[in-house]
Design a protein around this ligand. Structure first.
Ligand code: CO
Length: 218
C-alpha cells in the first residue's frame, strides 16, 4: 500500500507545482483539449509519449498498445483515430515504435505468450510481408532493430488505409501520417521518413522504405 500512497502524494505535489507555476493552469484545461497530434505508441513503460517530445497535457492525444499495432478490427484503436481526425481535427498522426520492443521481439523469437499471441500475429504478418529482406540480415541484433522499423512502416500503412483517414485526404484536409522510432538507449527519436499526406504517398511508402534501407546497408 505504501507505494500507492506514494503515487497519490506525488500527484498532489505535481498539481501544487503546476498551480504555483501558473494559477490558471487547470482552469484553462478544464473545458477543452486542442491537440494537433495523435500519438500511437507502445505501452512500454519506458516510452512516455508526452515526456519524450516535451509536450504538456492538452497537446497530445494518445493511443498506446503492445507494440503500437493498428488493427482495423480493434474498436479501441479505430475509435481513437476516428475521434482524433473527425472531432479533434489533428493535423498529424505519429506512429512511434521503439527499438528493443518486447512485443516485436516475442514475434521475432516465436515465443508463446498466451492471449498476447493473437496480438503479436499482426507483427508476424509484418515480418512475413518483408520476409526476403529480413532473411538477408545475418545479425540477430540488426534483424530485431529492422523488424521494429518494419513494424512502424506496416502500421503507418494501416493508418493510411483507415476509412476516416482516406476520407480526410479525399476532402484535401491537412493530415499527415508519420513513422518514427524511439531509442530507449539514448532517448532519441529517429524520423524514419515514412510520411504520407495522401493516398499516393501512402501507396509508394513501402518501395521507398526498401530502397532507403538498402542504401543504408551498402
Ligand atoms: Co514495445
Amino acid at each position: 500500500m505504501r507505494s500507492l500512497e506514494n503515487l497519490l502524494r506525488k500527484n498532489r505535489e505535481w498539481a501544487a507545482q503546476k498551480k504555483k507555476d501558473d494559477p490558471e493552469y487547470f482552469a484553462k484545461l478544464q473545458y477543452h483539449q486542442n491537440p494537433e497530434y495523435l500519438w500511437i505508441g507502445c505501452s512500454d513503460s519506458r516510452v512516455d509519449a508526452n515526456d519524450i517530445v516535451g509536450l504538456q497535457p492538452g497537446e497530445l492525444f494518445v493511443h498506446r498498445n503492445i507494440a503500437n499495432v493498428i488493427v482495423p478490427s480493434d474498436l479501441n484503436c479505430v475509435s481513437a483515430i476516428h475521434y482524433a481526425v473527425e472531432q479533434l481535427k489533428v493535423k498529424h498522426i505519429i506512429v512511434c515504435g521503439h527499438y528493443g520492443c518486447g512485443g516485436v521481439k516475442a514475434a521475432l523469437d516465436d515465443v508463446e505468450l498466451g492471449l498476447a499471441e493473437n496480438w503479436l500475429m499482426h507483427i508476424r504478418e509484418a515480418h512475413e510481408a518483408h520476409f526476403e529482406e529480413m532473411e538477408a540480415i545475418a545479425s540477430y541484433a540488426e534483424k530485431f532493430r529492422r523488424l521494429c522499423e518494419v513494424n512502424v512502416l506496416e502500421q503507418v500503412r494501416n493508418v493510411g488505409r483507415m476509412p476516416v483517414v482516406r476520407k480526410a485526404w479525399k476532402a484535401k484536409r491537412d493530415l499527415t501520417v508519420h513513422g518514427w522510432i524511439y531509442g530507449i538507449e539514448d532517448g532519441l527519436i529517429t524520423d524514419l521518413h515514412l510520411k504520407a499526406s495522401g493516398e499516393a504517398e501512402a501507396t509508394a511508402m513501402k518501395k521507398l522504405d526498401k530502397a532507403r534501407f538498402r542504401s543504408r546497408r551498402d
